[in-house]
Design a protein around this ligand. Structure first.
Ligand SMILES: [Zn+2]
Length: 354
């Protein structure tokens, strides 16, 4: 989700320590050969990676004191066109740029293969069209299979001064330590609610009540807040998932099983179903977290304020121990998903054990 900010600013909300670092590395001409952009989804990692690539590849870079891209050269135009197609939801359309290549996990695949990584390495090893950098972004780099990671590591061991590789990662444990130790690690942290609140009002025309609701609901993830604001259908789904979980506490097992039947579409590939299930469980974890907060009278920290009354009923019904057990159950469910247990089984196990 592209992020609109003022001209000549990094397109990132919060995490200014990271943009200051990138800013300095451009100004001082100390660009590294590989970077890891690490952090939870929806913090703006991919948007920032694209912008950093645009800075490196701008035809006018180096002629000016400012590290920001000019926005007008051919290279910048290509980045801007691509940003627009991402904004309109056309995430699949790949940019054709001689010095830039994006590699990401295919929708129906669990891993990025060694063939795909070799192809990327081959493209990056060719000389630059503009005589400057070649930049590769690997999205979901925690999904490189072992062979692919080793191929990448080999390239990192023989660095080419003009090649910059950016790995976008949510789970650092899945990357070989040898790759991590050769890269500059940029850790993205959740953004304070107040910053998201102001941003939604100043740049997206949100009302105060919307900004309050969404800054809480997004738990420090600006891109999620924007998506919730701009896509009413997505906002509706998000709320419905939370409400479904709340309803489980007043339903029998048959009713619960029936409810989860609607979560996975038969048309979804197993990979899509796993991702959708993980996201649903993350919403449910938010509800459990809220119930624990309400249990300790920390009402002002509650994420799902719209459902605070219903969540209070869960608190009245369950012991603290029971709530902690529910949190553990969801944590375990995510682990099962990572271990390739079928999403349907994982969901069934939750509703039966709750
Ligand atoms: Zn430019």
């Amino acid at each position: 989700m592209p992020i609109a900010t003022k001209k000549n600013e990094w397109p990132l909300i919060g995490n200014t320590h990271l943009t200051q670092f990138l800013d300095a590395s451009l100004k001082n001409d100390q660009v590294g050969g590989s970077y890891i952009f690490l952090g939870p989804d929806n913090l703006g990692k991919t948007t920032l990676a694209h912008f950093f690539a645009q800075c490196l590849l701008c035809e006018k870079a180096g002629n000016r004191l400012s590290p920001y891209p000019c926005g007008e050269c051919r290279s910048c135009q290509q980045f801007q066109n691509q940003k627009q197609s991402r904004a309109s939801g056309d995430d699949e359309k790949q940019m054709v740029h001689g010095d830039f290549h994006l590699l990401k996990r295919a929708k129906d695949k669990k891993f990025i293969s060694v063939v795909e990584v070799r192809e990327l390495i081959k493209i990056l090893s060719m000389s630059s069209f503009l005589g400057k950098y070649k930049v590769g972004i690997i999205k979901h780099a925690d999904k490189l299979n072992l062979e692919a990671a080793n191929a990448l590591l080999k390239t990192m061991e023989e660095p080419n001064l003009n090649v910059v590789i950016i790995l976008v990662v949510t789970d650092i444990e899945s990357l070989p330590k040898t790759i991590v130790s050769r890269s500059q690690l940029l850790q993205f942290r959740p953004v304070p609610n107040g910053i998201i609140y102001d941003y939604l009002i100043d740049f997206h025309g949100a009302s105060r009540s919307q900004a309050k609701d969404l800054s809480r609901l997004s738990l420090g993830r600006p891109a999620l807040a924007i998506k919730l604001l701009e896509t009413p259908e997505f906002y509706g789904q998000f709320k419905a998932q939370a409400k479904m979980f709340i309803s489980f506490f007043s339903q029998n097992i048959n009713e619960r099983l029936q409810a989860i039947g609607s979560l996975i579409d038969k048309k979804n590939s197993s990979q899509e179903a796993a991702i959708k299930t993980r996201r649903t469980i993350e919403v449910w974890e938010g509800v459990v977290r809220d119930s624990l907060l309400l249990n300790y009278n920390l009402d002002n920290l509650v994420q799902h304020e719209f459902a605070a009354a219903e969540i209070t009923q869960i608190v009245n019904q369950k012991s603290t121990h029971g709530l902690i057990r529910a949190a553990k159950l969801l944590e375990q469910a995510k682990k099962y998903l990572r271990d390739n247990v079928s999403p349907r089984l994982v969901l069934e196990n939750i509703v039966v054990s709750l």
